[in-house]
Design a protein around this ligand. Structure first.
Ligand code: PLP
Ligand code: COI
Length: 354
């Protein structure tokens, strides 16, 4: 039996729900009425609370602002046709949360605290969960260092918080993608596998340069030779080449995505050949040229299954087949959505019902 956490709840007397336009939900800009907060001090998590969403007061000296001891997670809650609410695979995010914490010398959060904090927030703000197909409640748990100290050392105090946003699609169109061959997101021995804030900060300059050239997303390559594919923006890169699902190994430099794992699990169940291995830029560009690359997409919580429309490397660019004619990604998206929205049996136990 897991113990139920003691969470102090202060409800808002001023809900913004009625004024929210659910027909217009730009990603990550509209927040629900409440948020979860907890403090870490003296070696333990305390002050577990749900409070009205709003600004917080922090010292200008907190070490996360200066040295980046900060990381986050991303997961989603879905509304089923019968009114049930489910959170998709929160146990996976709970485990990854602690992998990130460990890499950044930050304290672990008990997995049950992670899951129950999110479930409690989802429950209080359940009326905020959109019901339209493709829509959901994006959940953003995060932790940051709060010591007031300008020396470079792990903080002794931290805040854990969870925000929630009703959202639709992160990408509204098929992506024009560039394979990056100069800048690096993560190197061996670095933090690529963690969801540390710095990994996203480092990606912005190359992403901006690519956007100036007209690209929507970057495919990151290995730091040493820029010969092997790593990730696609804030999503895992997946391809169907020669009838096989291929994707880079989620090692040191790559985030071990929950969506990636879900796609691989389903593909294997369908008897699809799956290869988790080094994926060379050369084979992907060759497949794009000769038509053997029949599917390419980014897999992620925010991204869902984001189709690559065209792929470019060193000035060479190829358009892939129309996403609506792609057998694999169409089937995978349909299947995952059916499970998440409660329209197909959840045989894997992926839905955490709130
Ligand atoms: N890779 C990066 C860098 C990401 O930010 C994300 C998004 O969370 C992913 C991959 C996909 O991971 P998941 O499917 O767990 O959201
Ligand atoms: C997610 O899919 O949860 C992500 O982390 C992407 C985010 C950076 C928008």
């Amino acid at each position: 039996m897991t113990e139920t956490l003691e969470i102090k709840i202060t409800k808002t007397s001023n809900s913004r729900l009625a004024q929210t336009d659910f027909e217009n939900l730009p990603f990550g800009q509209i927040f629900t009425d409440h948020m979860f907060v907890a403090d870490y001090a003296d070696g333990e998590w305390k002050n577990l609370e749900i409070i009205p969403y709003g600004d917080i007061l922090v010292s200008p000296a907190i070490s996360s602002l200066h040295y980046g001891q900060s990381f986050f997670e991303g997961l989603k809650a879905y509304r089923h046709a019968d009114g049930k609410i489910s959170i998709f695979r929160p146990d996976k995010n709970a485990a990854r949360f602690n992998k990130s914490a460990d890499r950044l010398c930050m304290p672990a959060l008990p997995e049950e605290t992670f899951i129950q904090s999110i479930a409690a927030l989802v429950d209080i703000d359940r009326d905020w969960i959109p019901s339209k197909p493709g829509y959901s409640l994006y959940l953003r748990p995060y932790m940051f260092a709060t010591d007031r100290y300008l020396g470079v050392a792990p903080s002794k105090s931290y805040k854990y918080m969870v925000l929630a946003c009703p959202v639709g699609a992160y990408f509204s169109k098929t992506l024009r993608v560039k394979i990056e061959d100069h800048y690096t997101r993560a190197a061996e021995g670095g933090m690529g596998y963690a969801k540390s804030s710095g990994n996203y900060g480092v990606s912005m300059y190359p992403a901006r340069k690519a956007a100036e050239e007209g690209f929507d997303q970057l495919i990151w390559t290995d730091a040493k030779e820029h010969k092997y594919i790593e990730e696609m923006g804030a999503a895992n890169a997946m391809f169907v080449l020669d009838g096989k699902l291929i994707t880079p190994i989620a090692g040191d430099t790559i985030l071990d995505g929950v969506t990636r794992n879900t796609v691989i699990t389903l593909a294997k169940e369908w008897g699809y050949p799956v290869e988790e291995r080094k994926v060379s830029v050369e084979e992907i560009m060759e497949g794009a040229k000769n038509g053997k690359l029949t599917d390419a997409f980014g897999a992620g919580t925010a991204a869902t299954i984001a189709s690559v429309g065209s792929i470019s490397h060193n000035g060479e660019e190829y358009t892939l087949i129309d996403p609506k004619d792609r057998e694999f990604s169409q089937r995978v998206l349909k299947t995952i959505d059916a499970i998440r929205y409660g329209n197909a049996p959840d045989t894997h136990g992926w839905n955490y019902i709130v």
